[in-house]
Design a protein around this ligand. Structure first.
Ligand code: EPU
Length: 420
């Protein structure tokens, strides 16, 4: 195991290039199960999570060849319908093989993913949508066993207590593209990653209307074909570097910055005193002289993303005054507050809110990464802090940030990996 060591307090400068989107890549890789033909997908980020999905696809009967950021997925024999516990339990994104396996084979046995440190994370909406399409669902030995003679289109509402669900929308959409007749999904997730999956499916020959909207109308087709496709860039990675620049009071340039997908973040940052502008296709971050606290609540897209909440908290921890941060998507996603406090932050939980009293300085400390975005918040705090920070369990960062240490070095940070 490795840890990331950061000698904090350095200004960042220069350019950073954003990789392909993890959360677009995962369902798109799963969607290759819908065709026997070869798919060539570019801009795949080399991450622990995408590699787990590749392993899962191989275990299901696909062959996958990776060259740089390009993956070629083909199939020689038959698909296997069982997605094993040991792969699905390590990454929730794996659960979205359920829809495509069922659509293709009329049966699927997929391990339940379980909860994780950011909350309970049920799959009731996935199962509700799949059932609405006519599948029989049984839960046995920790697995979802879904069977059908043939999926049939249906009109369904997929909103839940915390809004729409990204992966439930992906799962049901992938099942519906090969179902008989018309499916209408109301309260579908509108995240850019779902729009990217829709584009991928449409390129394969799926018939989908309402792309990017909460109402998707899908007309099932008999067969889908192989395609060549380039996935979108990672808006959450871009947002993380924007927040790293803001917290260290640095000016940086972000290539492939997904500016229009980050308006909820840039609007809040403009109020907080950080200018984020788009110029010639690049995103430029320019911190002002004075910073102000700004309250934030996360919401499904186009609201402020829950996947940037922890990183934003690291910035607010260093902003004079009081801010209130609420996570409406994952109300318990506050595991990072205790570790930030170990670095000198002053944050307390009050019910569903985190109350952040900004401090003048954070101080480097050994800290424990607990999940991907919480770890990113600790890296941001470490970059801005005085002294040495060690972020233990670096593998959490490797799940979602490609070449993090190299990209930070390129921005002038003093960071390196060490063996634990
Ligand atoms: N929910 C239900 N029932 C369900 C599914 C979800 O109640 O059947 C609830 C969840 O518990 C949560 C809310 O609905 O309160 C939204 O969860 P959602 O299903 O949208 O999350 P997800 O699809 O499992 C994806 C991303 C997450 C990201 C969320 C929210 C992937 C692989 N994961 O998860 O990304 O936080 O959407 O935007 O796409 C990350 O990248 O660090 C990450 C956790």
């Amino acid at each position: 195991m490795e840890k990331l060591v950061i000698e904090g307090g350095k200004l960042l400068h220069g350019e950073v290039k954003i990789s392909g989107s993890k959360n677009a890549a995962l369902p798109i890789l799963a969607a290759t199960l819908l065709t026997d033909e070869t798919c060539v997908i570019r801009n795949i980020p080399r991450l622990r999570d995408t590699m787990t999905m590749v392993k899962l696809l191989r275990s299901l009967g696909k062959t996958a060849e990776l060259t740089g950021d390009c993956i070629t997925i083909s199939q020689k024999g038959h698909l296997n319908h069982v997605a094993e516990y040991k792969l699905v339990s390590t990454m929730r994104g794996s659960f979205c093989v359920l829809g495509p396996l069922l659509a293709k084979l009329n049966k699927a046995k997929v391990s339940l993913p379980g909860g994780c440190v950011i909350g309970v994370r049920p799959v009731d909406l996935h199962l509700k949508g799949i059932k609405a399409l006519g599948a029989k669902i049984e839960i046995e030995g920790g697995y979802v066993i879904a069977t059908t003679r043939k999926l049939k289109g249906a009109h369904m509402y997929l909103g839940g207590a915390f809004g729409s669900s990204v992966l439930a929308t992906a799962n049901v959409m992938m099942a519906a593209v090969l179902a008989d007749g018309e499916t209408i999904i109301e309260s579908a997730a509108c995240e850019p990653e779902i729009e990217d999956l829709t584009n991928f499916l449409m390129a394969m020959g799926a018939k989908i209307e309402g792309k990017g909207s909460p109402r998707l109308v899908i007309n099932g087709v008999r067969k889908l074909k192989g395609v060549q496709y380039k996935i979108i860039h990672d808006r959450i990675e871009a947002g993380t570097y924007i927040l790293a620049a803001a917290a260290t009071r640095s000016s940086i340039i972000i290539k492939n910055g997904c500016f229009e997908q980050l308006m909820a973040l840039t609007d809040v940052l403009n109020q907080a005193g950080v200018k984020v502008i788009e110029e010639n296709g690049y995103v430029k971050v320019k911190p002002g002289r004075r910073f102000s606290p700004v309250n934030v609540s996360t919401y499904p897209y186009p609201g402020f993303p829950t996947d940037l909440q922890a990183q934003y908290m690291a910035l607010m921890a260093l902003t004079p005054g009081v801010s209130v941060i609420t996570d409406k998507v994952y109300p318990d996603r506050f595991i990072h507050t205790a570790e930030l406090n170990r670095m000198g932050a002053n944050i307390r939980r009050e019910g569903i809110n985190a109350i952040v009293q900004g401090v003048k300085k954070l101080y480097g400390a050994p800290v424990m990464a607990s999940d991907l975005r919480a770890s990113a918040a600790l890296v941001i705090a470490g970059l801005a802090a005085k002294g040495r920070t060690e972020v233990h369990r670096m593998y959490h960062l490797e799940r979602g940030y490609e070449d993090l240490d190299q990209k930070l070095l390129g921005l002038g940070a003093k960071v390196w990996r060490e063996k634990e």
